[in-house]
Ligand binder design. Structure first.
Ligand SMILES: [Zn+2]
Length: 169
């Protein structure tokens, strides 16, 4: 069975930063593969495009340029906020929340939750980076397709995979 829209695909992959020789960023193995519904908007479209028509046992190796992965790094998505942004309702700044590299959840004016990372700290300001962690990076994938099957009607209705590697309910 070949990979196409609405097939449930299980695969292993190794993600490297920039090229086949780059640092390993993520690894999945056969005990804990990536399982998803192909063409359901769960994965990067460029990632799926490279898997089209593959079948059980197919090996893959491809590079996604940053622009077709998580986008180019946007310097305007790095902003400074006063430390008071980390104050609790009594106005006390929670210094424990302010650590370099720490992910933080911020809210914009409309209340949308946005994930950022702390990339700089001064006496009274904190620098936040709202870019995706892999923004600006080319992604190199190698891996193997383990299984391909039809999605069930309930999986398509729920928009996620059931059973091993998916929701157990
Ligand atoms: Zn479900």
């Amino acid at each position: 069975m070949n990979i196409e829209k609405n097939k449930v695909v299980s695969l292993t992959y190794t993600l490297r930063d920039g090229s086949a020789l780059g640092n390993v960023v993520e690894v999945t193995n056969e005990q804990n593969p990536l399982t998803f519904i192909y063409g359901a908007g769960m994965m990067l479209p460029s990632f799926e495009a490279n898997l089209k028509e593959m079948e059980t046992g197919s090996d893959f190796s491809f590079l996604l340029k940053a622009a077709e992965a998580y986008g180019d790094f946007n310097p305007e998505a790095v902003i400074e906020v006063p430390k008071s942004a980390f104050a609790d309702e009594t106005g006390v700044v929670n210094e424990e929340l302010i650590q370099l590299g720490k992910p933080v959840m911020m809210h914009d004016e409309e209340g949308h939750r946005m994930q950022a990372r702390i990339v700089g700290i001064t006496a009274d300001k904190v620098k936040l980076d709202f870019n995706a962690p892999m923004a600006g990076k080319d992604l190199h994938f190698t891996g193997k397709v383990l299984t391909v099957r039809d999605a069930t009607e309930s999986e398509l209705a729920h928009g996620h995979v059931h059973g091993p590697g998916g929701h157990q309910h």
